[in-house]
Design a protein around this ligand. Sequence first.
Ligand code: SF4
Length: 414
Amino acid sequence: MSDEKKAAIKKIQATGQMRKIMADYFYELDGAVREGSPKIAWCTSVGPAELLLSMGFLVYYPENHGAMLGATRMANDFIPVTNAIGYSPDICSYLTSDIGSYIKKETPLSRAYKGIEGVPKPDVLVFNTNQCRDVQDWLAWYSRELQVPLMGVSTFRNIGTITDDVLAGIVQQVKDLIEPLEKISGNKFDIDRFRETMALSKKCTELWRKVLETNMASPAPMSFFDATIHMGPAVVLRGSQTAVDYYELLLKELEDRVAQGVGAVEDEKFRLYWEGMPIWGKLRDLSEYFISFKTAVIASTYCNSWIFKAFDPADPFLSLARAYTEIFIVRDEIFKENYIKDIVKRYKLDGILFHDSKTCPNNSNNRYGMPERLEKRLGIPTLTINGDLNDLRCYSEEQAKTNIEAFIEQLEAR
Ligand code: SF4
């Protein structure tokens, strides 16, 4: 049985530095709004950010704001506001909470950062549909509302092998963005700046991969719940030296933990995979709950989604197209199963948790028999938790915890 009172999350010392660089990032965006320069691009989280940065834009990521709305549990106040203007409760709750927050003129940024009154107004909105169609519809709402140009990349989905034809199509779409972006930014595209930005993103992503891979050690030094917070700089600051410096710091701390045998979970007994979106409003609660069972959730598709192995400054267009097309969410079932199988083996995992996130079918991989197939292939149990990334009305805490407890008893019985 668990004893939740004894469950303590171990603090990661680098958190203070992460908070500082995230604050600097938002204040820089706010300053740009006030000064009218540099121009601001909103970009989907796995969009062509490096191109935008190299052209002198500051880049803001609405999904990051969506996650903040979830983590602060403000989302549930705003989702109904967007439902009321015709956006279904069944579509992405990042979208519905973010647009509702805009309509209500309330944001967690104002609570976290003194003096910031709202999200930074965009000069251009840039999407990549590699994740889902929702991101395009999301930015399209802002385009109509703010009369700001919308452009982007349409990516094939459910891809097995990534062929040259697929990549050529993406490369051309990215190149087609350059001319309109030059007009908006007032800057000419410079291939050397693009290469430099790609080089910095590559360093960032390599360090992030190493950070996550410290969890191959036993005990694992960082939980999935910690990693969802510490991936912030990989999402919003990739392409900068700041992110590189941060991940060097974090990696050192985690390597020290490994060397000293310090785990995120005291007396780690079981090691699990989290498949799907986080439940942002319940990160701490779930983290403590798993710790109370001496169970470490230590690998995930979600945090791995910001590992872009293909980045190559020598061939920036093609490698950007490949990096943003070969991510898990874009791929077919066979690729996804093989991917999870590989991680389960490398991280020596005892079981897999699937989060069926009500408003994100794109990141809910339990719905077409994958858990059952993986149980057979890998000989380990799986559990599906029903919930949502932001809409806590879809999450029953009692049911989830009962199911988790039963699942861990099943692991113990093995
Ligand atoms: S992938 Fe899911 S959570 Fe992310 S934007 Fe699309 S629907 Fe929303």
